[in-house]
Design a protein. Structure first.
Length: 240
């Protein structure tokens, strides 16, 4: 069954808004695991507007499931942070400094040499590597040369088309990309704008989907439904 990794950035945003420790990020991570999540994801950014670098060190000590750190490896501080904490997985995202949220995958053709070099740094440290990729066959094919263990399919376009009622059109490119990844022996993750409405269809249609990382929608749902109930609702969407 596909694993659910919960991104807790939005909880950190709420905490930082008041400058204290409410909600307690460490306790939230423990509870999310206890409620059934298979992993915890964080995306620390240089301005520390949500997850702080110290949070990563603290979370490393208490996360008992899979720990996934996302970020742009062009930032030397990010590379140092990942190597110091050795998470289960590092997900490399081509974000610009100050970017509100991730909005595209890597051009694995243009940046093949760079990705190969930085991926080897993490893999030599025993860290599984995933890279953000758009559902484009050429980008999936070129990902092989980078040495990445997995790709994370960037799912914003899927979510947008699904919401517009174009389910089959929405999923077509993702199925093709997944089939190519399976053929090439690359693991498949996915994330961005997946929610309780579109997740089950995506998980059902994507062959070999190993993990989804979900934060914003899950935390928003938890406001109405409760955190424990919401984690379990998302887990049910992944049962095939």
């Amino acid at each position: 069954m596909t694993k659910l990794s919960v991104n807790i950035n939005k909880l950190a945003t709420l905490r930082n808004a008041r400058g204290h420790n409410n909600p307690d990020i460490l306790q939230a991570a423990k509870d999310i695991e206890r409620f059934g999540a298979d992993g915890i994801t964080v995306h620390p950014r240089p301005d520390e507007r949500h997850i702080r670098y110290q949070d990563v060190y603290d979370l490393k000590k208490i996360v008992t499931t899979e720990f996934n750190i996302e970020g742009n490896p062009t930032e030397s501080s990010f590379v140092e942070l990942v190597l110091a904490n050795k998470p289960t997985q590092v997900t490399l995202v081509p974000d610009a400094i100050g970017q509100i949220t991730s909005n595209h995958g890597w051009n694995t053709v243009e940046h093949a040499a760079y990705l190969q070099n930085i991926i080897s740094v993490f893999k030599n440290a025993g860290i599984r590597v995933s890279i953000f990729v758009d559902p484009v066959i050429e980008m999936v094919e070129a990902a092989v040369a980078t040495g990445t263990d997995r790709i994370e399919l960037y799912t914003e376009s899927y979510a947008s088309q699904y919401a517009a009622g174009k389910k089959e059109e929405a999923i077509a490119d993702y199925i093709a990309a997944a089939l190519k990844a399976n053929e090439l022996g690359i693991g498949i993750n996915a994330g961005h704008d997946l929610d309780l409405h579109n997740l089950a269809f995506f998980a059902e249609k994507i062959p070999g989907l190993k993990e989804v990382s979900i934060g914003h929608a899950l935390i928003c749902d938890a406001i109405y439904l409760g955190l424990e109930n919401t984690v379990q609702l998302y887990k049910r969407q992944l049962k095939k």
